[in-house]
Write a protein that binds this ligand. Structure first.
Ligand code: ADP
Length: 607
């Protein structure tokens, strides 16, 4: 019955049960009726036989066919009189001559022995039971046995009518059953259909779908259980989703790139940092998950590291250059200064003693490498800067020791060189110390509200001697109608402005005018130092603020420059939350501008 609906199954089952019940009752009734009929018929046969026997034995009835015929008709019985030799002397239904010898009929034999006997045979023609009652006749010289018989005709009629009743009843019952099952099955199948529809919606992910709960209690309970299950499923999914989002949020907030690949090297998870570090932003940055690692990242080194970790279950580290979609040497060549240096670590993921994946952490080492390079360059630069004066001092002092001191001219010349080189070294060391003190983390210079005019005055004072040496004129202009003050470390600002003014004097020809300006408003203070000197080439303008960078190194050194002046300016302005810029045109001059907040350093700003 696989595949049949509940309705079909129930109809078939009900009809089967009904047919079985009707058939059974038919059989039982048939048996009971035929038994009763038999008993009644046997009694009737016995009574008539006894009566006829009495008549025969009293000689009231001699064998007179007419009288027996009349009796047989009146009672609807067959009367047979059998002689002592077994031949039929009289038969109400057949001609005696046609009948064979009845001596060995079962009922005749038994009657001869027992006095009376019954038997039942099936009629050959009608296939109906025929009941016989034979009784022995003792008082007659010719007659041995009187036999009465009758066919159970009523049985056929009864069976027919019962059959009709059965079929009619069955037809009515079929209609009734169809109607009742339609109604009652509907009561079961309707809620089941609703449950089926809701289950389909659950399967489609609509776990909030609800159904009207009615119908039989078992089905209502099933519906409640299903709804509870859906609610629990929804809660579990919500929990899983929320913890997934938490993990994603943690991953995305990390600056370190994290990538999870499975045993087939398919990317399962990638945080934003990993996408930013490993992919070109415009490229498939959003859809890296689900891709094979080789498709997502075109680096054989990274894929090999993951592969090795999968094979040996050990950590593997790779440091390589990355630019755009290029990795390694090519990235270095193409990307140049824009190339990133990445350090990747492949860590195995173990499940039940098996390596089932790899977590790849990605760190951007570019800044670290740059700082390392700066440190190396710095050490090289300092050594280089100090080497010349130290060599000079060592050489000239050696010469003095070896006898030059005896020559007064040489002595004073050598000593003045030693003194100049020592002063230059001292200046370098002082500048370096100042720079390093400015660079010290958490060192915020003490600031006080200082008048802008005072800063400019002190700057002019500090540079007066140098200006006079070069016959330069310092032209000051201060715009401060409201006499506003600036929150700053006055000494450092004077130092920064002096560096700019000294540079302006140094690199301009003698007898030029150097402009020193200051304007102040509610929010900002702007200092400018301008000259009409040689100017600074465009490509050098960005670099002059780097340590030891000089446009013309020989000229700077001959002027006693350390190459640190402008980087000191940049740092001083930085710790005050401001910025320094330069505008310059070759042959026309340069203007340096310092802009900083009047109220001091903006919290959290850095330089
Ligand atoms: P230095 O001690 O060599 O002056 P700085 O850091 O002060 O070092 O300046 C860096 C370089 O910038 C100088 O070597 C010089 O080449 C250039 N420079 C600075 N100021 C000026 C200026 N006003 N005019 C032209 N060149 C300048």
């Amino acid at each position: 019955m696989i595949g049949k609906s509940i309705r079909q199954r129930l109809v078939i089952l009900t009809l089967f049960v009904l047919a079985l019940a009707l058939g059974g009752s038919f059989l039982i009734a048939n048996r009971a009726f035929s038994n009763t009929l038999r008993e009644t018929t046997y009694t009737q046969l016995a009574n008539n036989a006894t009566y006829l026997k009495t008549l025969l034995e009293n000689d009231t009835y001699t064998i007179e066919p007419d009288r027996f015929d009349a009796y047989a008709r009146a009672t609807s019985l067959r009367i047979t009189i059998i002689g002592k030799d077994g031949w039929v002397l009289y038969d109400s239904d057949y001609r005696e001559a046609d009948l064979d010898n009845h001596l060995y009929r079962a009922e005749v034999q038994q009657a001869l022995v027992a006095g009376s006997a019954v038997s039942e045979r099936r009629s050959a023609t009608q296939r109906l039971p025929v009941l016989y009652h034979a009784i022995r006749i003792d008082e007659d010289p010719d007659i041995a046995v009187l036999r009465l018989s009758t066919t159970l005709n009523q049985l056929t009629g009864y069976q027919k009518s019962y059959q009709n009743l059965f079929l009619g009843g069955l037809a009515i019952l079929v209609i009734l059953v169809a109607a009742i099952t339609a109604v009652s099955i509907g009561m079961i199948t309707r809620p089941l259909h609703r449950i089926k529809e809701t289950a389909a919606r659950y399967a489609n992910g609509e776990l909030d779908a609800r159904m009207h709960l009615d119908g039989p209690s078992e089905i209502a309970e099933l519906a409640t259980t299903m709804q509870d299950m859906a609610t629990r499923l929804r809660n579990t999914i919500d929990e899983v989703e929320s913890s997934r989002q938490q993990v994603q949020a943690i991953l995305d907030s990390m600056t370190e790139g994290i990538l999870l690949v499975d045993a087939s090297l398919v990317v399962k998870v990638a945080n934003q940092a990993a996408k930013n570090l490993l992919l070109q932003t415009s490229e498939n940055a959003e859809s890296i998950e689900g891709l094979r690692l080789v498709q997502a990242i075109r680096s054989t080194e990274i894929v090999a590291a993951c592969n090795n970790t999968l094979l040996d279950g050990k950590y593997h580290e790779v440091t390589l250059a990355h630019f755009g979609h290029l990795f390694g040497e090519t990235a270095l060549l193409v990307g140049r200064s824009k190339t990133k240096i990445l350090r990747l670590l492949a860590v195995p993921v173990w499940t039940d003693g098996q390596v089932t994946g790899v977590v790849l952490t990605v760190n951007d080492m570019t800044e670290l490498k740059r700082l390392e390079q700066i440190r190396k360059d710095f050490v090289a630069n300092v050594s280089h800067e100090l080497k010349t004066p130290i060599t000079a001092i060592a050489g000239f002092s050696q010469a003095l020791i070896e006898g030059a001191q005896d020559n007064p001219e040489d002595r004073s010349h050598f000593l003045s060189i030693i003194n100049r080189q020592a002063t230059h070294m001292q200046r370098i060391v002082e500048d370096l110390l100042l720079l390093s003190s400015l660079e010290q983390q958490n060192t915020v210079p003490t600031r006080t509200w200082t008048a802008v005019g005072q800063i400019i005055e002190e700057t002019v004072e500090a540079c007066r001697f140098k200006a006079e040496q070069k016959h330069s004129r310092l032209e000051v202009s201060v715009e401060n109608p409201e006499h506003l003050e600036v929150l700053a470390n006055g000494m450092l600002i004077v130092q920064a402005l002096s560096n700019l003014v000294v540079n302006a004097i140094t690199y301009s020809g003698s007898g030029t005018t150097i402009g020193i300006g200051a304007t102040i408003d509610e929010t900002d203070v702007v200092f400018t130092v301008s000259d009409s000197g040689p100017g600074i080439p465009k490509d050098a303008q960005e670099r002059i603020f780097e340590r030891f960078y000089r446009v013309d190194a020989a000229r700077s050194r001959s002027q006693g420059g350390t190459g640190l002046g402008l980087s000191i300016v940049k740092h001083i302005v930085g710790v005050h939350g401001g910025s320094v810029t330069v505008e310059s045109e070759l042959g026309k001059g340069s203007t340096f501008t310092i802009r900083m907040p009047r109220g001091g350093m903006v919290p959290g700003s850095s330089f």
